[in-house]
Design a protein around this ligand. Structure first.
Ligand SMILES: [Zn+2]
Length: 107
């Protein structure tokens, strides 16, 4: 659901919260046309749709959290391997982790 902001009164909300307003028909002055307007000030000229900027960073932060959690699990696994004496396996795992992190940073 896209987020919408009204630059006139500062209202912020969702697309579905917009209110139907009527504005003069530019081609027929006796007519009006329905338009989505700000529910607070009824302006239809100042609405800014911010789907791109609002939703994507949130998605990225969820991915970042998931990656951090995955990294923590791998580190726990690495520590467990050290305790088991599987040092050569650990070296491989570290190389994989570094490769993985380099790939993530490249994106
Ligand atoms: Zn407004």
């Amino acid at each position: 659901m896209p987020e919408v902001r009204c630059s006139r009164c500062g209202w912020e909300g969702l697309d579905k919260d917009l209110r139907l307003v009527h504005r003069p028909n530019p081609v027929d002055p006796t007519d009006v046309v329905p338009e989505s307007g700000c529910p607070a000030c009824l302006s239809y000229q100042h609405l800014e749709y911010k789907e791109e900027t609002a939703i994507i960073p949130e998605t990225f932060s969820k991915i970042a959290d998931a990656l951090l959690e995955a990294k923590q699990k791998l580190e726990n696994l690495a520590n467990a391997l050290v305790k088991l004496g599987a040092v050569s396996e650990l070296t491989k795992l570290e190389e994989e982790l570094e490769k993985h992190e380099a790939e993530q940073q490249a994106k």
